[in-house]
Design a protein around this ligand. Sequence first.
Ligand SMILES: *[C@@H]1O[C@H](CO)[C@@H](O)[C@H](O)[C@H]1NC(C)=O
Ligand SMILES: *[C@@H]1O[C@H](CO)[C@@H](O)[C@H](O)[C@H]1NC(C)=O
Ligand SMILES: *[C@@H]1O[C@H](CO)[C@@H](O)[C@H](O)[C@H]1NC(C)=O
Ligand SMILES: *[C@@H]1O[C@H](CO)[C@@H](O)[C@H](O)[C@H]1NC(C)=O
Ligand SMILES: *[C@@H]1O[C@H](CO)[C@@H](O)[C@H](O)[C@H]1NC(C)=O
Length: 775
Amino acid sequence: MAKLSHHSQFLVLVIILLSICHSEQAQSSQSQTLLRIQALLNFPTILSGWDNNTDFCNSEPTSSSSVICYEGSVTQLHIIGKKGAPLLPRNFSIDSFMTTLVKLQDLKVLTLVSLGLWGPLPGKVSRLPSLEILNVSSNFLYGAIPQELSSLTSLQTIILDDNMFSGRLPNWLSSFSVLAVLSLKNNLFNGSLPTSFSDLENLRILSLSHNHFYGQVPDFSHLTNLQVLELEDNAFGPQFPRLGNKLVTLVLSKNKFRSGIPAEVSSYYQLQYLDISFNTFVGPFPTLLLSLPSITHLNIAENKLTGMLFDNLSCNADLKFVDLSSNFLTGSLPNCLVPDSKDKVVLFSRNCLATRKQNQHPFPFCRNEALAVGILPDRKKQKQASKAVLALGIIGGVFGGIALVGLIFLIYRRLSSKRAINKSPTRSITENASSGYTSKLLSDARYISQTVKLGALGLPGYRTFSLEELKEATDNFDSSAFTGEGSHGQLYRGQLKDGSLVVISCQKMKKSQSTQNFMHYLELILKLRHRHLVSALGHCFECYLDDSSVSRIFLIFEYVPNGTLRSWISEGRPRRSLNWMDRIAAAIGIAKGVQFLQSLMIPGVNSNNLEITDILLDLNLVPKISSYNLPFLGDNMVKFGHGISSGGSRDLSIDTRLEQENKNDIYNFGVILLEIIRGKPIKSADQVDVLRDHIQLAVTADYSARRSVVDPAVNKVCLDQSLKTMMEICIRCLLKNPEDRPSVEDVLWNLQYAAQVQDAWRGEYRSSEDSSISP
Ligand SMILES: *[C@@H]1O[C@H](CO)[C@@H](O)[C@H](O)[C@H]1NC(C)=O
Ligand SMILES: *[C@@H]1O[C@H](CO)[C@@H](O)[C@H](O)[C@H]1NC(C)=O
Ligand SMILES: *[C@@H]1O[C@H](CO)[C@@H](O)[C@H](O)[C@H]1NC(C)=O
Ligand SMILES: *[C@@H]1O[C@H](CO)[C@@H](O)[C@H](O)[C@H]1NC(C)=O
Ligand SMILES: *[C@@H]1O[C@H](CO)[C@@H](O)[C@H](O)[C@H]1NC(C)=O
């Protein structure tokens, strides 16, 4: 048996050495790949900071370049050149560029913008199997979208804006089941859209503006997630597209639409931005559009719309831009459209309105023209549609409060949306253009919501939540959902629509807190996602009505259902007992969580209070640390940011502090290990010293001495060598002098060894993803 254990000890050593060597090699080959990319891009000035000595995985991201790694391998690469960058020289080869790039095998997010790339997009890009987000805007790429792309089943976002791509959109694009964003603005695509696009049910944003598309828009009425549809400057038509009623932005301008405006448009209760200008829309202008609950921008200019306006019409108070120019409208200008402030624009020239302002035609002109186009091409359909709208209106009223996802959550907040939709136009806040504040926040938040999964194994993707969703999950923050006051505000328990349980923390914000702070904060929250930490699943902002600054921030965490580790080891009633192998696996999991927290090098994150009651187990008995300190979004936030980012120039005291904290973590970990081995709760600090000495004696004494210490529940199955290793590492963690305690890597090595020995003997330990030590 001893021979066997030596054998496996050696094996473990080899495996570990191999994996370390492998990972170092991997890192250096990644660096070479990145340097090669720099050379192939002809050493652009934005990458002038890259050289042989750059530690890419730990370098500071800038606005024009960033490399993000997960467990040592590059998962995100962003290179953004100067606007209007010229073509790369003749000797540039997009093919060799791509051959080099695909060596970064784990890439999930790839941004190559304004770099002068030219040539057809090589099909080789499909050799990046994990790719989720691809943005190659503002280059000189041409040709068709390569067929090979169809094998990238994780693609969520494809952005090819401002290139010279051409040809028709292939049918297989609709096989991307998770595709959420497809943006192809400003290219040379032509043909009509495949009808199979109706199946892209996760699509949120479809931007096809400034191409040569034509023909009928496929039926999108089942795309319940579609929020943005931009078709400007193509030749789509003639019928108004069929759409779901969740749209936020709809741009149909400069196409060949020649139908009436269907009545269901008046049920698009989330619609903020509607532009149908420069088409040939005919028939009556539905004045209800002016009072849609969310509308802020309405442009119907340069069509053939008819109808009479009244001065008592009502409008949404938040309308900031209305253009009715060049139609055949008669009657009087509604009072609610008379501009009352400088930032409200109302244009209505070249109609036949009874006003002296803005150059009106005489009334007969509109009457004659209206008669000329008066025979509506689809009058029958209009009638049916108005029945449909009644139903839609009711559905809209019932579900109106539910699920306002993504885009809109920052732009407005409804205190009581159900009521608002039924009765009065909702109060909403529009983007404060002068400060650019909201749009920055918005775009970043959008970005985060797309950059899901950031390599966080076994966690659901990070996303933004809507306030309505949270209200629904907590029964409108009912007191029965309230679970207490945590270190960052109130905590609620809730259940999402998909049935998953979550914990929601709610923090009030001071008005003074800047956007910068939020971004640092969100970055940190994102960094603190790990399989062995109770992790954030997303966030939600609530904004002030007056200036759209953030009033409350909600963080949504996973709920870990299986109780504390202690309840499985020493105190459960009825006592549920983990077997020896599961205990080692739990210890390994905790150690990995600690290792991850330490690798972030943020002082105070673990704050030396790790206890067995803070370790929760999920349904698969995977341990998760729940007590780590999320950084506060407080006045010290900026400092936190610097603590992380200042790299080489961090001051000594922080390093010493980190070192101390790390060693304290190890001690706390030792206490947990002690309880895991003995199966009895440890209630006081004094007890620890006594027990440590006790175990120390047992280790050096004989087999039966060790048996007397270990939990009788596992006594019979655990192999002596495995037990001994656990005891030894436990004692070392509990040494008085912090400097004598092992590093977390050392701890992991020993735990892994204890697991392997046990496994070699029992054949019981099935290898899981936890069975290798991550470097
Ligand atoms: C970087 O490394 C390459 C090859 O390893 C070498 O040719 C080059 O001179 C090095 N550059 C610098 C600045 O050290
Ligand atoms: C391409 O040509 C430029 C000069 O136009 C030169 O500086 C560069 O080294 C060449 N690159 C390659 C990869 O040959
Ligand atoms: C693509 O990336 C650039 C640079 O980060 C960004 O400005 C642009 O908004 C992105 N495109 C889309 C559609 O998000
Ligand atoms: C569509 O574009 C392709 C490639 O540019 C061109 O060959 C083809 O003739 C165009 N088709 C139409 C109908 O314009
Ligand atoms: C608005 O005025 C018109 C004509 O003056 C009238 O027929 C209509 O009933 C009024 N509507 C409301 C809501 O007061």
